[in-house]
Design a protein around this ligand. Structure first.
Ligand code: NDP
Ligand code: MG
Length: 394
């Protein structure tokens, strides 16, 4: 058997996908690309296929599949092109695959991410929305299948690195008092409140420290990203919402901290470059070169911390409410947010209305207990319907 690991990259054309492929290409003796998936950037997907020569590529529909298959054949590639949700799930669960990078954005990433989990893969989780939506079901599937779940989100990867190896015994058992989740505060941290109604998608997507996809960039600007990450942390580390404190740290150098009962606080630091958590998770429990420059503490000189301002960032409060309510509330929060962010990016609503839509959707019905995946998908659908109604009333 070969030692070379076969990797599927779901969302290869995105920001996390490209960073993953950058790391993978640095270590051809360790990793081979099994499958790459794209959605709208199909010329980029074709170029990635030429570079990485995967066994499979996945596109959204049959027409796009035929087109890409023809181009790849003309280039002499043997890559087979699949399509749709079925294609995504096939390359996530294929027996040859060792590790799956789950980096599709939003609820669309749920089916293949769950397929990878159910097939017992090493799952590198960037797609936080999948875990926020399905929480307990997702973690039960991990336990049942024996999948190895490694967090890619920089904060959760940092927390994972600061926790002892046996943290699954329970945070209290291993002496953890609190998880301190750092947040940059995004591009609008200091903007006068009365100017927020006039900000553009371009301003929201211009993150001061990180270069990311458009949806997560808007989430960072509203701090919904931190809200989703709070829920993500609760599931990954079996923490209560009250055990997770958000700390605004504008430099994004400390990626998160763990506070122990003896007063020790462990932090993970590094330049804000996603290739660090990606390399960490890919090679875990070993370490490999990521291409990230060494941290220069002298150039940095100082690190700042602030409490989050929930008046400026109501999405953070709404996410905490959803985390506390449990059941279907996080799925509804996530779905309403996806609709609201898309509407903001299309210039149909103003920035502060993102929070208004989510608040109205969340308060439209009490959280219901989650029985199975259908309960979650139904709640997701209802929340999208309510958010669309909000938009059409506007
Ligand atoms: P991007 O928007 O850059 O990439 C998203 C990827 O998903 C692209 O490959 C895109 O294809 C694909 N995609 C979009 N919609 C669909 C769909 N309906 N079906 C199938 N594929 C689809 O996002 P990011 O890389 O920034 O983020 C990806 C995930 O990682 C998100 O969940 C985000 O929250 C998380 N994450 C990202 C971080 C970052 O630094 N970027 C940090 C921490 C977490 P195409 O481009 O071809 O349309
Ligand atoms: Mg993050």
């Amino acid at each position: 058997m070969s030692d070379v690991q076969q990797i599927t990259v779901l969302g290869a054309t995105g920001s996390i996908g490209l960073s993953t492929l950058d790391v993978v290409a640095r270590h051809p003796e360790r990793y081979q690309v099994f499958a790459l998936t794209g959605f709208s950037r199909l010329a980029e997907l074709e170029a990635l296929c030429v570079l990485h020569r995967p066994r499979f590529a996945v596109v959204p529909d049959v027409r796009a599949a035929q087109q890409l298959q023809l181009s790849l054949c003309a280039l002499g590639l043997v890559t087979q092109v699949l399509y749709g949700e079925q294609g995504l799930c096939q390359v996530a669960a294929a027996p040859e695959v060792d590790a799956v990078m789950a980096a599709i954005v939003g609820a669309a990433g749920l089916p293949p991410t769950l397929a990878a989990v159910e097939a017992g893969k090493k799952v590198l989780l960037a797609n936080k929305e999948a875990l926020v939506m399905t929480g307990a079901l997702f973690m039960q599937a991990v336990k049942r299948s024996g999948a190895v779940l490694l967090p890619i989100d920089s904060e959760h990867n940092a927390i994972f690195q600061c926790l002892p190896g046996d943290y699954a015994r329970g945070l209290q058992q291993v002496g953890v008092r609190r998880i301190l989740l750092t947040a940059s505060g995004g591009p609008f941290r200091e903007m006068p409140l009365d100017q927020l109604h006039a900000v553009t998608p371009e301003q929201a997507c211009a993150h001061p420290n990180w270069s990311m996809g458009r949806k997560i960039s808007v989430d960072s600007a509203s701090m919904m990203n931190k809200g989703l990450e709070l829920i993500e942390a609760c599931w990954l580390f079996d923490a209560a919402p009250a055990q997770v404190e958000v700390v605004v740290h504008p430099q994004s150098v400390i990626h998160s901290l763990v506070d122990y009962v003896d007063g020790s606080v462990l932090a993970q630091l590094g330049n804000p470059d996603m290739r660090t958590p990606i390399s960490h998770a890919l090679a875990w429990p070993e370490r490999i070169d990521s291409g990230v420059a060494p941290l220069d503490l002298f150039a940095l000189a100082r690190l700042d911390f602030q409490a989050p301002d929930e008046q400026r960032f109501p999405c953070l409060r709404l996410a905490r409410e959803a985390a506390q309510a449990g059941g279907t509330a996080p799925a509804m929060l996530n779905a309403a947010n996806e609709v609201a962010v898309a509407a903001f990016l299309e210039r149909r609503i103003r920035f502060p209305e993102i929070a208004s839509i989510i608040e109205d959707v969340l308060h439209a019905e009490p959280a219901q207990a989650v029985e199975n995946l259908d309960t979650v998908l139904a709640a997701d659908g209802r929340a999208r319907g309510l958010a669309e109604q909000w938009l059409s009333r506007r």
